[in-house]
Design a protein around this ligand. Structure first.
Ligand code: BYC
Ligand code: FE
Ligand code: FE
Length: 469
């Protein structure tokens, strides 16, 4: 099979010789990376996966058993919008660009590379989880997320190869060379170097970190660079499933803890082999805070430049009145003459914070749904999001300590109370200890509830992963 038969696409790959040649060179390196750094131990098994084979509504939901290395990583752009114009910034109202303007080339390449880098990073972070899946349904969902993140890498590499020439080809190779958590060649952004060693971390990551992905993609979908806008719009259609896996995953862990506490009358969920709500709270504190860092600094001249030049907008620009954002200002809590105070920041410099606000609002809604589950069991405990200042490394709050309510704490207090706020060694060890693979169809580990329904209308008992014996 020729390359363009193997790569489902709507970018006329068959007639684009230059792009085909570039991808032909890159693809074997990608496969080498996938075998080395992709899901360990499951490369020869049959997985019931969904493959996007076209952008038509039906072409999307093609389900079949497939071995992961045979997955058809495709290149898809959302359909072109006729006469699309730039929706914000200094070029507001002018025609969107089909090519990269020379003066924005470096900034744009950096955005594409940063976005692209997160995709393989997440696959690397999750590569050992298959060995401890609570059931075949979750195992399959992990792999579905992994192959789609692989496809997201293809999406960014497509942009690099078709619009950034030799630099783009070099960057594409480097995307396969950096490694999550590596001391010498780490991934670019903080959260993508954080280990994901247990399934609760995986559900937290797909709830909170994939949701950063959603908001960053929404902001890039506004881009004046039309190929980036169309690529990210198609990626967004996949993000929904990743966040679903995360949110329902955490919800099932919460549900199981409540169920066991109610059934046995024992308030100590751990004694029943579940994950206690306090530990779940500490995991939320960790993953929400590292994901908040992904929005960058509160006051950012980079963000202002991205906005001014039309490279990156706000999530859903059409929801705003003023697309120039030259006039207004934004209140940011920052160090002043007499300690911390609210101070105004020119709107364009606050774009990271504005995007973070939309993200926090949506995350609150997720917490509301988890709390409804707890409420249904009549248990008074409530989960909550930590304050945005808590446990930050990037931005204004990164060099200070705050408790989960956002109150400043001195270093000494922070050290004394750290294990109350964030997963402690003994929490991680407890959770890790629960992580034992359950591979029999229809069975599930004790610490998590069954999902409400299976995949593609199939029952929970379906054999979503068939191990090669
Ligand atoms: N870690 O002006 P500032 C996804 C750097 S997730 C390390 O405040 P800026 C996915 C920054 O680079 C979505 N470094 O920030 C999810 C800058 O460095 P320089 C990924 C950081 O530039 C799950 C300096 O600090 N997409 O898709 O406005 C699974 C000052 O920066 C971090 C994108 O990120 C950090 N957290 O914003 C799979 C979209 N934050 O210039 C996939 C593309 C900041 O001093 N990227 N720095 O060397 C961007 O839009 C921007 O690069 C950022 C940073 C929003 C990330
Ligand atoms: Fe992604
Ligand atoms: Fe994702």
């Amino acid at each position: 099979m020729s390359l363009y038969d193997r790569i489902p696409n709507n970018v006329s790959l068959a007639s684009d010789k230059r792009l085909t040649r570039a991808l032909e060179h890159w693809q074997p390196n990608y496969m080498k990376w996938w075998r080395e750094m992709g899901p360990e131990g499951f490369q020869v098994d049959d997985i019931y996966l969904r493959t996007a084979v076209s952008i038509e509504p039906g072409g999307w939901a093609h389900f079949d058993y497939i071995k992961m290395p045979d997955y058809r990583w495709g290149i898809f752009l959302a359909p072109p919008e006729q006469d699309r114009v730039i929706g914000f910034g200094d070029q507001y109202g002018k025609p969107a660009w089909q090519e990269v303007p020379g003066e924005h080339r470096n900034m744009l390449r950096r955005l594409v590379v940063t976005q692209g880098d997160t995709e393989p990073a997440s696959v690397e972070q999750q590569r050992l989880l298959g060995h401890s899946a609570p059931c075949l349904y979750d195992l399959r969902n992990l792999f579905q997320v992994n192959v789609e993140e692989g496809r997201h890498l293809w999406a960014m590499v497509y942009l690099l190869h078709s619009h950034f020439g030799r630099d783009g080809r070099e960057e594409s190779e480097e995307l396969l060379e950096r490694r999550s958590g590596d001391a010498d060649k780490p991934r670019i952004l903080g959260a993508f170097n954080q280990p994901i060693d247990d399934w609760l971390s995986f559900y937290m990551f797909t709830t909170f970190t994939d949701r950063d992905g959603k908001y960053q993609l929404l902001a890039l979908a506004e881009s004046a660079f039309d190929p980036l806008s169309r690529t990210t719009r198609f990626m967004l259609t996949e993000e929904g499933h990743h966040m679903f896996v995360g949110e329902t995953g955490v919800n099932r862990v919460v549900q199981r803890a409540c169920e066991l506490m109610r059934q046995t009358g024992d308030d100590d969920a751990r004694r029943q082999g579940a994950i206690d709500l306090e530990t779940i709270q500490r995991y939320i504190n960790l993953w929400f805070s590292v994901s908040l860092d992904l929005f960058g600094g509160e006051i950012s001249s980079n963000a202002a430049a991205f906005f001014a030049s039309g490279l990156k907008g706000r999530a859903t620009e059409s929801g705003y009145q003023d697309h120039l954002a030259l006039q207004g200002s934004y209140q940011v809590w920052q160090p002043g003459a007499d300690g911390w105070e609210q101070k105004e920041v020119p709107l364009r410099n606050a774009m990271n914070e504005i995007l973070r606000d939309s993200y926090i609002a949506e995350s609150e809604a997720v917490l509301g749904r988890w709390n409804r589950t707890i409420e249904q069991f009549g248990i008074p405990f409530r989960l909550r999001l930590p304050d945005r200042r808590f446990h930050r490394r990037i931005g204004l709050y990164g060099s200070h300590h705050f408790d989960p309510w956002g109150r400043p704490v001195i270093e000494e207090q922070w050290n004394a109370r750290r294990d109350e706020f964030l997963p402690a060694e003994k929490d991680l060890a407890y959770v890790k200890n629960l992580m034992v693979a359950v591979t029999e169809p229809g069975k599930i580990a004790n610490w998590i509830s069954r999902p409400a329904r299976g995949i593609n209308g199939l029952p929970f008992e379906f054999e979503y992963v068939r191990r090669e014996r």
